[in-house]
Design a protein around this ligand. Structure first.
Ligand SMILES: Nc1nc2c(c(=O)[nH]1)N[C@H]1C(S)=C(S)[C@@H](COP(=O)(O)OP(=O)(O)OC[C@H]3O[C@@H](n4cnc5c(N)ncnc54)[C@H](O)[C@@H]3O)O[C@H]1N2
Ligand code: MOO
Length: 408
């Protein structure tokens, strides 16, 4: 019995794989998932300091001529004290002298030798960056399951942290089945075609921070499939494509049953990609995708990504969507949950002009897809849809306005 997409995803999310951890330098941690919480060891700033090149002064000296004998630079160790009638010339980032009530920028004073005349009035605290105003000791900076981005590396570096504990990258083994398939570096005969699914999933899994192992292309025989499964069992996830339908040469499902395969689900109520199957062999997860390239790619996005997320240890394992409006009206056959590939331009979603489960161009031309409810037979122009991205580098081929205004 096919399960709904929601049920299929719920079964994937309910599965709790064993996760392995390792310590790595922060320079290598970009994109990795933390297996520890990180708390602050130091305040940031670590001391009260000047936000401007100027003078450290006392507020009651506003409008007066004061003596400024000392100059303080960032990194100076010596700590001085100022009193009424005194100021200290100070550089941005330098520790403020004891007794300082505010900083007056250089541009606002009149300098005569060692004396400066201050403006009036002066506001207590002006241009002083307070100890701990950004980070306080013991603040939680990062949490187990956070995926490290460049600005998380900033936080780690600010605390003098050299290494972090992260989850291992998921090890993903990939193979295709199909006697008609050749690899792109092989000769192809007129009755054969190139295996595009395996390079696609290898590339996509690498984009999703997996360690990828391409096992090979299995002929449509039980023996070839058994051999390929056997060499993939050391991985956390096996992704196969092809041979899951009801044809005379479709042996994938049968081959997996030889390895005590336990299904999580064996078919999904979905067009395309109905034959998609997910299960386990021991600690190894298995995703059998259909051979049709577009069907396989869209189901990789829905189910493969969810499996990889669960194996990565992320605390954000669920898909998310962007609300978009339809560029054009679109009609579909109701009664089936339908995936439509297309392009989101920042406002509107345009369904791919030409697509079918066996094609490869639709995904290359798209940056995501929408999933229409089974009751849906038409989506109107400007109707709101939920866009699910497949790539998310948010740039444009032509210049767009980047400015927000008060008008809607
Ligand atoms: N009688 C029925 N026939 C089919 C059904 C069905 O329910 N009843 N389902 C159709 C659907 S839906 C799909 S999807 C496909 C799934 O078939 P398989 O998973 O068995 O895939 P194959 O037959 O091996 O291949 C299908 C198609 O895709 C090409 N292919 C396969 N692997 C690759 C690859 N790695 N790279 C590029 N292209 C690949 C293959 O040459 C075929 O053209 O079954 C329908 N039939
Ligand atoms: O649903 Mo198949 O999975 O059409 O391509």
């Amino acid at each position: 019995m096919p399960v709904t997409v929601e049920e299929a995803l719920a079964r994937i999310h309910a599965h709790r794989p064993k996760l392995r951890r390792e310590f790595i330098p922060i320079e290598e941690a970009i994109g990795r998932v933390l297996a520890q919480d990180v708390t602050a060891r130091y305040n940031l700033p670590p001391f009260d300091n000047s936000a401007m090149d100027g003078y450290a002064v006392i507020c009651s000296d506003a409008g007066k001529r004061v003596l400024a004998e000392h100059t303080i630079f960032a990194g100076d160790r010596e700590q001085i004290r100022i009193a009424e009638g005194q100021a200290a010339r100070i550089m941005t980032g330098a520790r403020i002298p004891e007794g300082t009530e505010c900083i007056v920028p250089i541009e606002e004073v009149t300098v005569e030798g060692e004396h400066v005349t201050l403006p009036s009035p002066l506001r207590a605290g002006q241009h002083i960056r307070l100890c701990g105003e950004d980070i306080q000791t013991d603040d939680t900076l990062l949490t187990t399951g956070d995926t490290l981005s460049a600005y998380h590396i900033t936080l780690l570096a600010s605390q003098g942290i050299t290494h972090v504990c992260v989850y291992h990258r998921p090890r993903v083994a990939i193979f295709a089945s199909g006697s008609e398939l050749k690899m792109h570096h092989e000769q192809v005969a007129p009755y054969q075609l190139y295996n595009t699914n395996s390079p696609t999933f290898a590339a996509r899994a690498a984009e999703l921070e997996c360690d990828v192992h391409f096992v090979g292309t299995a002929a449509d025989t039980l023996d070839a499939l058994l051999e390929h499964i056997d060499s993939a069992l050391q991985s956390d996830l096996i992704i196969t494509s092809g041979g899951v339908s009801v044809g005379d040469a479709d042996y994938t499902k049968e081959a997996f049953t030889h390895f005590s395969f336990i299904p999580l689900f064996e078919k999904v109520d979905l067009k395309p990609g109905k034959p998609t199957t997910v299960g386990t062999i021991g600690d190894t997860l298995v995703l059998n995708l259909p051979g049709n390239p577009m069907a396989a790619a869209l189901c990789f996005e829905l189910f493969g990504q969810a499996l990889i997320a669960s194996l990565s240890g992320t605390n954000a394992p669920f898909h998310n969507s962007i609300t978009a409006r339809m560029k054009h009206a679109y009609n579909v056959r109701p009664g089936r949950r339908t995936l439509l590939p297309g392009y989101y331009d920042g406002n509107h979603f345009t369904v791919c002009e030409k697509f079918a489960p066996g094609m490869i161009t639709p995904l290359a031309l798209s940056n995501g897809f929408i999933m229409l409810d089974e009751a849906c037979s038409a989506v109107a122009q400007e109707a709101e849809v939920r866009f699910i991205p497949t790539r998310f580098v948010w740039r444009s081929g032509s210049a767009v306005s980047l400015v927000s205004t008060s008008e809607a």
